[in-house]
Design a protein around this ligand. Structure first.
Ligand code: GLN
Length: 536
């Protein structure tokens, strides 16, 4: 295929309408028709990336193969399309300004006055088109963060206006909006949609397709009204009704012909049929589980829906593979202690101790791990969760009283988790951790190798601390085995406990690689262990 086509996804009326899910669903449908697609997100905030943002601000920080700390929507892109994203797939206002200011300091603008238009918008346009220079994608979907009318997203909308003009039929704008149902009037209301399209028009952008989030079906009358007021064909008014699961949305969008509308508007061949057989099988299995397991998620951001997004989604994928529904019950680690741990965790079929930073809630995680280790309850520790398992084992099995990570106690007598050498020289915070995919070699004959069915794996990381190799022999002799090693830097990436049915800690984040098409083997195996434990 020759020219890359650009799909812009904007949002109106309110935030949280699900632009990420719509973008991911479009990608899924186009990939299912055999097109090559990538998705990028433009975020209007000034941080360079969400890596330094508190999860309370922005939910989970998703890590790509090449080590970019990105918006959690990139996780949806990968889970839906099964195509990995990269640094170039998430651009913030901070990145744009940093790059323009760096060029200005180098004198690259030859004395010109540097302005939002054209310099900032040119940089945005350059970033939008960058992915096409790396691979001849058929489609690049660009999700514009925020809501039209926000001051901070204006330069992005302006860049879309300019690109529309340059790209002509190689570009389509999909506007996602809300059609609220007013119970008192018993009616769906189109006015907020009309207003948000008018706002887009004020910036010179006419949307081609309007996707309407709604809790009730759109009547023909409503579709015509939106079409009439917003200058689009009635067939370009797409209903997006509230769904039971985000994974229903590609099917809903196919039924509304969203992909067909896009293909026709961009003059692309539309005679193919999206092959969604696997996706539909997944949906059927997800909705018809034969049983249920309850897994405890122990972390410190548990009240926050989006903080452990990828972990929750991985459980949906793994549960479906196992034919069970995984009920994830969250536990705030700060409130777990010796006297309530049995009551809180005793009835669970497995526990996962979550990744994290900072000391708050650490002792509760350690207490939870001691309990599940002693009671043979399946245990899965991710990143900080693995580090806590090492600390717990050091203190309670090896008798290393006061063992800790130097992240939390610099003067611990037993620094069983310590800062990596390469991290010691680094002072800045953004993008300075061990980030992205690293190879790991598995120990033949280990439980973990049986799970992966491979000797060499690659997983994504985001941490500064690691297992302290000075204690390796002690741990090995007592049964906590280092079964995954990064050979180049001699780092312990995986530990497993001998004599326990399922006790695995990983220094990396397997949750970032679980997709609908490829549920992650570790999650699949952990849920299987929980199922076996429940049936004991
Ligand atoms: N805080 C720990 C570290 O930096 C763990 C990080 C994590 O769980 N992602 O090593």
């Amino acid at each position: 295929m020759s020219t890359t086509k650009y799909i812009f996804v904007t949002g109106g009326v309110t935030s949280s309408l699900g632009k990420g899910i719509i973008s991911s669903s479009i990608a899924k449908l186009l990939v299912a028709r055999g097109f090559s697609v990538t998705i990028q997100k433009l975020d209007p905030y000034i941080n360079i990336d969400p890596g330094t943002l508190n999860p309370y601000e922005h939910g989970e920080c998703f890590v790509t193969e090449d080590g970019a700390e990105t918006d959690l929507d990139l996780g949806h892109y990968e889970r839906f399309s099964n195509v990995p994203t990269s640094q170039a797939n998430n651009v913030t206002t901070g990145v744009i300004y940093q790059s323009v200011i760096t060029k200005e300091r180098k004198g690259e603008f030859l004395g010109e006055t540097v302005q939002v238009i054209p310099h900032i918008t040119d940089e945005i346009k350059y970033r939008i088109k960058l992915l096409a220079t790396r691979f001849p994608y058929d489609f690049i979907i660009t999700e514009i963060g925020g809501t039209v009318g926000d001051i901070e997203s204006q330069p992005f909308i302006e860049a879309v206006r300019q690109l529309r003009w340059e790209l002509g039929r190689n570009c389509v704008v999909v506007h996602l909006t809300l059609v609220p149902y007013l119970a008192a009037a018993g009616e769906l209301k189109t006015k907020p949609t009309q207003h948000s399209v008018k706002t887009l028009l004020e910036f010179g952008v006419q949307p081609d397709i309007i996707v309407c989030r709604s809790e009730k079906h759109l009547t023909e009358g409503i579709r015509h009204k939106i079409a009439l007021f917003c200058n689009v064909a009635p067939s370009s008014v797409i209903e997006c009704i509230d769904a039971e699961s985000i994974y229903d949305v590609p099917i809903l969008m196919r039924n509304e012909n969203l992909d067909l509308e896009i293909l026709q508007k961009t003059l692309m061949p539309s005679d193919s049929v999206p092959d969604l057989t696997d996706w539909e099988q997944f949906l059927y299995a997800m909705k018809h589980p034969a049983g249920e397991v309850t897994i405890g998620l122990v972390g410190k951001y548990v009240e926050l829906k989006d903080a452990y997004k990828s972990i929750n989604e991985s459980f949906i994928h793994a549960g479906t593979t196992n034919g069970v529904k995984v009920k994830v019950q969250t536990f705030h680690s700060e409130f777990i202690n010796e006297s309530n741990v049995a009551e809180k965790l005793g009835d669970l079929d497995g526990i996962l101790v979550a990744p994290g930073f900072g000391e708050r809630g650490i002792e509760g995680k350690i207490t939870a791990i001691k309990y599940v280790r002693e009671h043979n309850i399946p245990f899965f520790g991710i990143c900080l969760g693995m580090q806590c398992a090492v600390i717990e084992f050091g203190r309670n099995v090896l008798g290393l009283e006061g063992a800790h990570s130097t992240e939390f106690n610099k003067s611990t007598p037993y620094p069983v988790i310590d800062m990596m050498e390469i991290q010691k020289q680094i002072s800045g915070l953004g993008g300075t951790m061990r980030l992205g995919a690293y190879p790991c070699k598995l120990e033949p004959g280990s439980h973990i190798m049986d799970i992966y069915k491979a000797e060499n794996i690659s997983e994504r990381h985001r941490h500064r601390f690691e297992f302290n190799n000075e204690y390796l022999d002690m741990y090995r002799k007592a049964g906590m085995m280092p079964v995954g090693i990064n050979e180049k830097d001699n780092l312990v990436e995986i530990v497993e406990l001998t004599g326990h049915p399922w006790f695995i800690g990983v220094q990396f984040h397997p949750e970032f690689k679980s997709t609908v098409a490829h549920p992650h083997p570790l999650f699949v195996s952990f849920v299987k262990a929980a199922k076996d434990y429940a049936a004991r």
